[in-house]
Design a protein around this ligand. Structure first.
Ligand SMILES: Nc1nc2c(c(=O)[nH]1)N[C@H]1C(S)=C(S)[C@@H](COP(=O)(O)OP(=O)(O)OC[C@H]3O[C@@H](n4cnc5c(=O)[nH]c(N)nc54)[C@H](O)[C@@H]3O)O[C@H]1N2
Ligand SMILES: Nc1nc2c(c(=O)[nH]1)N[C@H]1C(S)=C(S)[C@@H](COP(=O)(O)OP(=O)(O)OC[C@H]3O[C@@H](n4cnc5c(=O)[nH]c(N)nc54)[C@H](O)[C@@H]3O)O[C@H]1N2
Ligand SMILES: [Mo]
Length: 761
């Protein structure tokens, strides 16, 4: 078991003064106006603005400062006073080709985009274009292309109203090519969790956090990615609960925390120890580790039964609610500890210690993130966590459940309102009833399928509602080449990013309002709504002046494209909807009456209104009507064999980024400062490979498929990691990830275990 004092790179606790420094640095760098601070005070409160960063829920009993270090960074980054105007492109040094040498951080630092832009190949620059002209040209090109060849991507940020109309646009146009960023993150949850408990999303609500006895963390990093989660973790520790973590990397947020909202803690530096146990398993070792925990539960149950004591397995629950129990138990019994130790990289003793905590706790929440989802057998990882929870009835009872922590602020909600490539997830007959056209019935493409089709020359146009897809997907070098071969790219964006730098034959950047800005339409300032990780829906009302009077709301851009693309029909009232978003919410309620009852009335409820979740009520929407125990077919989630000189590469997020948005070069919580061009490796592996710390190395993907994938110029950095597991930053490492390397069920890219070699150079 790891001891935090072993960290070779010293780092302070999460939260505390370090987080204050992190925020003030962004403030200093981007110089948002003083009123930006006032906007922070409105964050995550009723009639305020829901955080633009992650999808962590907002408590109904909010505190005066209901934001975290990274939420504040995201807000300040959006509210920057810097502007990327059409003038930017008149600088001699600012050709599109030249900008490809810029870093992600520097591209976004140019500031908020202010004007719609069109690429001019003759000058290799973007130029201002009128909105109407842009819409008409985009519409004309879309009409001329085969419908199957157009993709409508969404990055998980835009509100429910714009997202609903975006999916309507795609279907009215004629396809279901509606991939979303969750195809790269929690698609494994949508598919894997649905398979075993019949619910595509997490099963807990806010009160469960307050009641639980223990959190078991598998591959989720709250310190960087959902820092407001640290408060319920601290509360649990204050009331004597337990936290057990499984993660190959020691993440400071899961080690200790100083509450920046507590003056006492800030002045005294009083730290709360977060994890009682921290298990540094091998990347891809979760199936074996969880099997070990299940083995402990079964053994304890056997012993209790023999001694005539209360049973450890919740047999009544298992009998009434589950299927597959006997086979699974059999598998646990016959898998021996030496296999488990080998595959997980953890000792039997360590797993027994974790098993004891699991058994002693009446109510357990299993938390997970990309450390489970982004693997070849990612869905099996999730099924194993569900197995563990089911053994003791830890789903659908107060204080217990399954908690996937979602990414973008509305990533879950966009799926709820129809941004889905799979038609079975969308009430097509309802759409026909409401809008009078026949929605296409053929499934569309997810991200991996769309990128593969792009590589094959079958995709001719990409529309992006937010995001930076070229930088976020696997096989980034191939993607850059293929992206530019298209007939049309349209990117609805707030800031310049790398995806803009590989323009198609026709390329547009359409600048949109941020969530903090007033969205004035014909009937007044409009609210937008988002859904968080606990299926709570809340409204946001921006009130800041827009960055310029030439930007439009995301919804207005969607309807602008729609009007120019889709043949007019009386039921498609794009202009009326743009004038009054509450009409769009009425449509959403009509399409999904169970989820959105009294939508317009309830959207200002403190903490949001609950969309409901069947599994939370122990209703299992699986074919068997039961929750399913899964007998694992593998003991690791890698999908490749270990081999000499082959390492498992984790691509990781720093504390100073939001996905491809790089705020800076301070990964404070890991004690790593100044550069992202590094690869972390444990000292024993460095010595065995005959390398030296500080040496320049390159990573080479160890998969033979005719493509050479390598990333040069990395500094080898000694770090406390399990043997054979190394780590580098996302998105820089995306050149190394083959598009074919993904979860077998959901096709989520396996970004957390890429087979690579480490070579000098
Ligand atoms: N500040 C900030 N917040 C964010 C984001 C951001 O980039 N920055 N991104 C947002 C988005 S879109 C998402 S999806 C979420 C992502 O949030 P997380 O789910 O936390 O994602 P990651 O940080 O990529 O990975 C989580 C952890 O998995 C661990 N890990 C890697 N491999 C394994 C493994 O095999 N097993 C186990 N048990 N652990 C492993 C890593 O060490 C890391 O600590 O955060 C959202 N919030
Ligand atoms: N190797 C590796 N790759 C990964 C991951 C990983 O862990 N490892 N994680 C994956 C995950 S979980 C995800 S979700 C994807 C992220 O993939 P994306 O969602 O496509 O990427 P982002 O970096 O979030 O997009 C940033 C851009 O969004 C735009 N933007 C910001 N705010 C707004 C807004 O309010 N409206 C609009 N319209 N645009 C806005 C800005 O122009 C900004 O440059 O990356 C995936 N890629
Ligand atoms: Mo994500």
């Amino acid at each position: 078991m790891a001891d935090e004092t072993d960290l070779p790179h010293a780092s302070g606790p999460s939260g505390g003064w370090g987080s204050m420094k992190g925020m003030s640095r962004i403030y200093g760098e981007s110089w948002p106006s003083l009123t930006a601070i006032k906007s922070l005070g409105r964050q995550n409160k009723p009639k305020g603005v829901m955080c633009v960063s992650c999808a962590w829920p907002k408590p109904a009993n909010f505190s005066p400062f209901e934001f975290c270090e990274n939420g504040a960074k995201a807000t300040l980054w959006e509210l920057t006073s810097a502007r990327c105007t059409p003038n930017f492109w008149t600088d001699e040094a600012h050709s599109v080709s030249a900008l490809r040498d810029w870093k992600d951080h520097d591209l976004e630092s140019t500031g908020r985009l202010t004007h719609p832009l069109r690429y001019n190949a003759a000058t290799d620059r973007y130029e201002a274009v009128g909105w109407e002209e842009a819409f008409l040209a985009i519409g004309a090109t879309l009409q001329s292309l085969p419908k199957e060849s157009v993709v409508f991507y969404a990055s998980g940020h835009a509100g429910l109203e714009a997202s609903y109309l975006y999916s309507l646009l795609a279907r009215a146009y004629g396809n279901n090519n509606l991939p979303q960023s969750s195809n790269m993150c929690h698609e494994t949850t949508s598919v894997g969790l649905t398979k075993v408990i019949g619910s595509p999303v997490g099963t807990i609500v806010w009160d469960d956090l307050l009641e639980t006895d223990a959190f078991f963390f598998f591959g989720q990093n709250p310190g960087s990615n959902s820092p407001r989660f640290l408060h319920p973790l601290k509360d649990l520790k204050d009331r004597g609960g337990k936290i057990v973590t499984f993660n190959p990397v020691i993440e400071q947020g899961l080690v200790s925390f100083v509450d920046p909202q507590s003056p006492f803690a800030m002045l005294t530096g009083k730290e709360t120890k977060i994890s009682d146990q921290y298990h540094q398993l091998k990347a891809g070792g979760d199936i074996a580790a969880i099997l070990g925990l299940c083995k402990c539960v079964i053994e304890a149950d056997d012993a209790a039964t023999a001694a005539g004591k209360a049973q450890v397995i919740d047999h009544a629950f298992v009998k009434q609610h589950t299927t597959g129990f006997d086979d699974f138990i059999q598998c646990c019994r016959t898998t021996n500890w030496s296999e488990i130790e080998q595959e997980s990289g953890l000792t039997e003793a360590a797993l027994r210690e974790a098993g004891e905590v699991y058994i002693a706790a009446e109510k357990v929440i299993g938390v997970y993130g990309m450390g489970l989802t982004q693997h070849t057998h990612g869905a099996l990882n999730i099924a194993m966590l569900v197995n563990l929870l089911l053994l003791r009835g830890n789903i659908g009872k107060p204080g217990a459940g399954c908690c996937p922590v979602r990414g973008h602020s509305n990533v879950q909600g966009q799926r709820t309102v129809g941004i889905a490539e799979k038609t079975k997830l969308v009430p097509l007959t309802k759409l026909k009833e409401l809008f009078g056209f026949n929605p296409p019935i053929k499934d569309g493409m997810n991200i991996v399928e769309a990128v593969e089709a792009l590589f094959d020359g079958k995709v001719k146009a990409f529309i992006s509602l937010g995001g930076n897809l070229v930088r976020a997907v696997p096989d980034q070098k191939r993607m850059e080449k293929a992206w530019a071969t298209q007939d049309l790219t349209v990117m609805v964006s707030t800031k310049l990013n790398r995806s803009h730098l590989f323009p198609a034959k026709q390329a547009y950047i359409l600048p949109c309002l941020g969530r903090f800005e007033a969205d004035e339409q014909a009937t007044g300032n409009q609210a937008v709504t988002t859904e968080d990780s606990f299926s709570m829906i809340s409204a946001s009302i921006g009130e800041r002046s827009p960055v310029s009077d030439t930007v439009k709301s995301e919804l207005a851009i969607v309807t602008g494209i729609a009007k120019a693309t889709v043949a007019p029909q009386p039921e498609l009232k794009w202009d009326e909807w743009t004038a009054d978003y509450s009409l769009v919410r009425d449509l959403i309620e009509k399409t999904y009456p169970d989820d959105f009852r009294d939508y317009n009335a309830r959207m200002y409820e403190a903490g949001g209104f609950y969309r409901g979740n069947a599994a939370h009520e122990r209703i299992w929407k699986t074919p068997q009507g039961r929750a399913i125990f899964t007998t694992p077919s593998e003991l690791n989630s890698l999908g490749f064999q270990d081999a000499p000189d082959r390492y498992r590469l984790i691509t990781m997020r720093s504390n100073d980024q939001f996905n491809t948005t790089i705020y800076g070069y301070s990964d404070r919580l890991r004690g790593l400062e100044g550069s992202r061009d590094i690869v972390l490796m444990c000292p024993e592996d460095i010595a065995e490979a005959g390398l030296t710390e500080g040496q320049r190395v390159q990573l080479v993907t160890d998969i033979e498929d005719g493509h050479d994938r390598r990333l040069r110029g990395l500094t080898l950095t000694a770090y406390k990691l399990p043997r054979g597991t190394i780590a580098g930053y996302y998105p820089e490492c995306n050149v190394l990830v083959p598009i074919s390397h993904h979860d077998e069920l959901s096709k989520t890219p396996a970004y957390k275990s890429v087979p690579v070699r480490v070579e000098a150079g």
